[in-house]
Design a protein around this ligand. Structure first.
Ligand SMILES: [Mn+2]
Length: 210
């Protein structure tokens, strides 16, 4: 079996094999995917939006994408629970953010939250936005608006994994603010939540093609 992570740039055809280099080397990209300059030929584009002008008090999340790129080198190719390999299913790239950003703007049991989310979106095209401040600050202190009594990382993983099979078209992770994240743990958590969403998206892309 060929190495599913062995890739060429979908845009330029340039050979790219992140596995040949140590994780801490090379220029960091999201999940060590090829860095692309345009969306053509990609199934899933990962985009970092360095923006925090809309926060109520403490800016800093503009540094988030770069730090998440760094921490995301820890993610694996194959999801250890679902066995999904998004890079085998889809062409994934880290695409430069160039557009102007337009700002717009309960704890039941996790099962109930999942059921309600699935009921609301049904079969329709669905976008997942994951705010890292939904997590308790013990897991994610590096954010502009920490709130105690938040979700655990385990609950958040269960929640995201409960969204398998939806008609997903995109997703994001917001509010990772490195200036308030001295251990780097929030960036790590952000990277791993991004990877959960990437796996969900990859399956949705394949489902729509079939
Ligand atoms: Mn928030």
């Amino acid at each position: 079996m060929s190495d599913p992570y062995q890739k060429k740039s979908a845009v330029t055809g340039e050979a790219y094999d992140p596995k040949t280099a140590p994780r801490y080397s090379e220029i960091p990209t999201f999940m060590r995917t090829p860095r692309e300059s345009r969306l053509n030929d990609l199934d899933i584009a990962i985009v970092g939006v360095p923006f925090d002008a809309g926060v109520t008090n403490r800016p800093g999340a503009r540094h988030g994408p770069r730090e998440i790129r760094n921490m995301s080198s820890l993610t694996r190719t194959i999801h250890h629970v679902t066995r999904v390999n998004p890079y085998e299913l889809c062409r994934v790239g880290d695409v430069r953010f160039t557009n102007v950003y337009h700002l717009d703007e309960a704890i039941k049991s996790i099962e109930a939250v999942i059921a309600e989310a699935r009921r609301v979106v049904g079969e329709g095209p669905t976008y997942i936005s994951f705010d890292v401040d939904s997590l308790d600050p013990v897991y994610a202190p590096g954010t502009g608006t920490p709130e105690i009594g938040g979700l655990t990382t385990r609950e958040a993983q269960a929640l995201l994994r409960g969204l398998r099979g939806l008609n997903l078209i995109g997703g994001d992770v917001v509010e990772v603010a490195p200036p308030f994240d001295p251990t780097g743990n929030t960036a790590l958590v952000g990277a791993l939540m991004m990877y959960e969403i990437l796996c969900l998206l990859a399956e949705a892309v394949v489902y729509r093609k079939e």
